[in-house]
Ligand binder design. Structure first.
Ligand SMILES: Cc1ncc(COP(=O)(O)O)c(C=O)c1O
Length: 483
């Protein structure tokens, strides 16, 4: 197929060039009635709806169908979907497509919160797969094939295996092929959350894509590493182990009935751009990245870590936490993806030949941040504390936690109580403690320490300093972690 084609972009452009008169939704009438500043209002000219010629995401027959066919062709899928509710909806739909009430799903423990929500909404049972500890990044990494094999021996009735590939920190590991083989021997599909790997299709030195390795369904946040707008994701299926009609029905139920055409156009464009990504483009990116890392390394206070995915780089300061380094960089106008107790995560630009991206201003910001933190140079180096503390094995989860009654109490009094909802450092959005888990002293200490050092949380914890509170169930239904 001609990957230069962008059917949605072209149709929108053609439509708006006729100066159409709107008596339909959206109510801003091509931006006329909006009070937004001009820059924002410009995009509203393209904020159309399912008008003649513009197709329908939920029953695609023309431009959206063509765009999805081009997407499947670019990624080597049997069938691909454009998603307007992020990889969140992809995870929800993939899981609903394989699991119903009471079914068992094997789930990598360090998964995004949407995965836990999907299991809960399905009323399924998650059996957790503990990831390996990644020493270089000090984070929970990939799952070992042996872990999946053991889990399948213990749960031969499992309906599928759900993996995060790569992790937020760019760890891919090399056991995915063996895991896929093992799952397929059991006749069950592998669902991969490749939210951070839409660019893997560009080939080495990026890790291989889960779809190429044989995963059955793969979701990718095209807005995270490609050029799509926020909320834009792809979902690919290549499998005889997954019912595509069931998946399509769930997508139709879970996605908005008013998808943004601006978003869809940005997905169409992002696909065309990554499909055209050449060896010369890759060399331009790799050259820029080497300069970035080499220049960073000239600052003796800093250390860089390179995970499996070259698009990610971690930077550590010898004496301060990632939160402090992130704050110092923000004061210089440089904004990073996330910080944890040890480091800051950079998502580099997937540059193309002929495109430039500032490097000197970033290095100046690093130098200024190091100067601003000079007074901390006598501090002890931060402990190599994990972003998601140790690889907790959690209780199996099942539906119903959202409906229990709860109360907020002081964290100091929460030991032994049951967490009313998940406790999630955000970003990365990987629950540290799950809804229904009994809170231990260690868990509470970890959460309070992380808040003290600057982590932001979602879910069942709030406050700061001495007034941290946790939301616990008023009854004691829940359970203890076990291995
Ligand atoms: C691993 C992972 N999966 C899924 C998601 C959800 O993706 P989205 O923001 O596209 O809904 C995220 C978001 O951070 C993520 O990190």
């Amino acid at each position: 197929m001609d990957q230069k084609q962008r059917p949605i972009v072209d149709a929108l452009e053609a439509f708006q060039s006729t100066s159409p008169i709107s008596f339909h939704v959206p109510g801003h009438k091509h931006g006329l009635l909006s009070g937004l500043p001009d820059g924002l209002r410009t995009a509203m000219r393209y904020d159309a709806t399912e008008l003649t010629g513009l197709d329908d995401l939920h029953a695609p027959s023309s431009i959206i169908r063509e765009a999805q066919q081009l997407l499947a062709d670019a990624y080597g899928a049997d069938r691909s979907f454009l998603l307007v509710n992020g990889s969140t909806v992809g995870n929800l739909a993939m899981i609903r497509a394989v699991c119903g009430s009471g079914d068992v799903l094997l789930v990598q423990r360090n998964a995004h919160k949407s995965v836990f929500h999907a299991v809960e909404l399905a009323g399924a049972h998650a059996v957790f797969l503990n990831p390996e500890w990644d020493e270089s990044t000090c984070t929970a990494g990939a799952v070992a094939a042996g872990t999946v094999r053991d889990a399948l021996d213990r749960h031969p009735d499992a309906k599928g295996v759900f993996l995060t590939y790569p992790t937020y920190y760019g760890i891919a590991g090399d056991e995915l092929p063996a895991i896929i083989e093992c799952a397929h021997e059991h006749g069950i599909p592998v669902l991969a959350d490749e939210a951070h790997g839409a660019h893997f299709v560009a080939g080495s030195p990026f890790p291989p894509s889960a779809l190429d390795l044989g995963a059955d369904a793969v979701v990718q946040s095209a807005h995270k590493t490609l050029s799509a707008m926020t909320q834009g994701s792809f979902l690919h299926v290549k499998s005889h182990l997954l019912d595509i009609d069931r998946l399509t029905r769930w997508l139709s139920m879970l996605q908005t009935s008013s998808p943004s055409y601006v978003l869809l156009a940005s997905l169409d464009d992002a696909r065309a751009r990554i499909a055209a990504y050449s060896e010369a483009d890759k060399q331009a990116f790799l050259t820029w990245r080497r300069r970035f890392i080499d220049r960073c390394s000239e600052l003796t206070m800093l250390e860089t870590i390179e995970p499996d995915d070259p698009l990610k780089v971690l930077v550590r300061h010898k004496h301060v936490s990632g939160y402090a380094l992130q704050q110092a960089l923000e004061q210089q106008g440089v904004f990073t993806e996330l910080a944890d107790e040890r480091q800051v995560l950079f998502i580099l630009p997937l540059l193309m030949e002929g495109k430039d991206f500032p490097i000197e201003p970033v290095m100046d910001a690093f130098a200024a941040a190091v100067r601003a933190l000079e007074h901390r140079k006598e501090d002890e180096p931060p402990a190599a504390e994990p972003a998601v503390p140790e690889v907790y094995t959690a209780i199996p989860i099942s539906g119903g936690t959202a409906s229990s009654s709860s109360e907020w109490i002081a964290a100091a009094d929460a030991e032994g109580r049951i967490a009313a909802s998940a406790i999630i450092p955000y970003p990365p959005g990987i629950p540290m403690i799950l809804a229904g888990e009994r809170l231990t002293e260690e868990m509470i200490t970890d959460v309070c320490r992380m808040i003290g050092s600057g982590a932001a949380f979602q879910g069942a914890v709030r406050g700061s300093g001495d007034s941290i509170q946790m939301e616990v169930k008023t009854d004691q239904q829940g359970g203890d972690r076990h291995g």
